[in-house]
Design a protein around this ligand. Structure first.
Ligand code: ADP
Length: 367
């Protein structure tokens, strides 16, 4: 038999390792220059240079200092939304896995464009959420399958429902046996067709805006989380990404629960605590807490540490089963081109580099 990996205690029940490890995939995406970048003169100075063909990115601190970093994928400012979806998200969307796609980066670098753009008028502009749900709709059988989504915002360590805004402070529940994380208090809406998906995402976006206006804050200060959950009774019908069909042997009956999380993280920029007042200080504290604790989990995973500190923040508690089990996690880090933001860009790239080292072990339950 295959060895059980004892060093990975995310699940209390015995789990059988069915494949070699599968690392978290990390892509970087460069936003095109915007008018603000260009307003800083014709001699616009970019601190990044991409070499997409060898998946490398050069970060120039100045004329003398330049570092080169390799990612799983490097998207230039010309990369289409379709290509980003296909490379970054599509492998996580397929049934049978806990798929997670997260966008991380400084505010204004294209996280929401990448993840949440609806593209209602111009489908080529549609982001990962729309494309993932469209893909799921296209493969599901309308008679027998049901796919439901929840759409949430995590702000100041409180989970708010973007589809049912009266629901705030939704508890995060963890199954003590399986480690499975769920939010049973959140609205789950069965999706019917693409038009319905647009409607729900639009309502969610409006509720996010309204909630943030009421609290006098910016959307960039909260994490937006879309969750699709489903249960698959028979793994042999499961479509798997190319090259991975040997993960689940034919003779093994499977009951797999799968879910997909798409997360538009709060802006990663450091928030200046000095000079801010009241809820600004709270915000700074909590955003720092959730992104710092996400970073700590990523580092612990990269080091194959026996303890992944997922309990430190609500963000990492929600993401707990994205960090192990049948998880297939991708991270897209977004950056802008301007050297004016060198330090934020550099810290975003370092975050992505640490995440490159994560190994998710794909396991299924021992029969
Ligand atoms: P964030 O969510 O990181 O704060 P946004 O997604 O709101 O950033 O992007 C900031 C602005 O840049 C928006 O106007 C968005 O449309 C534009 N933008 C970002 N990325 C791209 C891209 N790859 N191509 C075209 N426009 C982009």
């Amino acid at each position: 038999g295959r060895p059980v990996n004892d060093a990975f205690p995310l699940f209390e029940e015995p789990w059988k390792r069915v494949s070699d490890s599968c690392r978290v995939r990390v892509a970087v995406r460069l936003r095109p220059k915007n008018s603000e970048d260009l307003a800083h003169g014709a001699d616009f100075d970019s601190c990044v240079e991409l070499q997409p063909e060898c998946k490398k990115l050069k970060l120039k601190k100045n004329n003398w200092s330049c570092e080169s970093y390799r990612f799983d994928e490097v998207f230039s400012e010309n990369a289409s939304q379709k290509r980003v979806y296909e490379v970054v998200a599509k492998p996580s969307v397929l049934e049978g896995y806990n798929g997670t796609v997260m966008a991380y980066g400084q505010t204004g670098t294209g996280k929401t464009y990448t993840v949440g753009r609806l593209g209602k008028d111009d489908p080529s502009e549609g982001g990962i959420m729309v494309r993932a749900l469209e893909h799921i709709l296209s493969v599901m059988s309308l008679e027998t399958d049901s796919v439901a989504i929840s759409f949430l915002q995590l702000y100041l360590e409180s989970v708010q429902d973007l589809l049912a805004p009266e629901k705030t402070n939704i508890p995060i529940v963890e199954d003590p046996k399986t480690g499975e994380v769920s939010l049973p208090g959140a609205a789950k809406v069965e999706i019917r067709d693409l038009e319905h998906v647009f409607q729900l995402l639009q309502i969610g976006g409006m509720n996010r805006h309204a909630a943030n206006t009421k609290m006098n804050t910016e959307s960039s200060r909260s994490h937006a989380i879309l969750i699709r959950s489903s249960r698959i009774e028979d793994g042999s019908n499961t479509s798997l990404p190319n090259g991975t069909d040997n993960l689940f042997p034919d003779n093994l009956p499977l009951v797999l629960k799968s879910k997909l999380l798409i997360v538009d993280l709060a802006g990663s920029e450091r928030i200046d605590k000095t000079g801010s007042e009241g809820h600004m200080i709270e915000e700074a504290k909590f955003i720092n807490l959730s992104l710092t604790s996400l970073g700590k989990c990523i580092n612990a995973l990269a080091e194959n540490s026996p303890h992944i500190p997922t309990r430190d923040s609500k963000l990492t508690r929600i993401l707990r089963d994205s960090f192990g089990g049948t998880a297939r996690t991708s991270l897209i880090v977004t950056i802008g081109p301007s050297s004016r933001h060198f330090s934020e860009t550099s810290s975003t790239i370092m975050f992505g580099q640490r995440a490159m080292k994560i190994v998710n072990t794909i396991r299924i339950k021992e029969e």
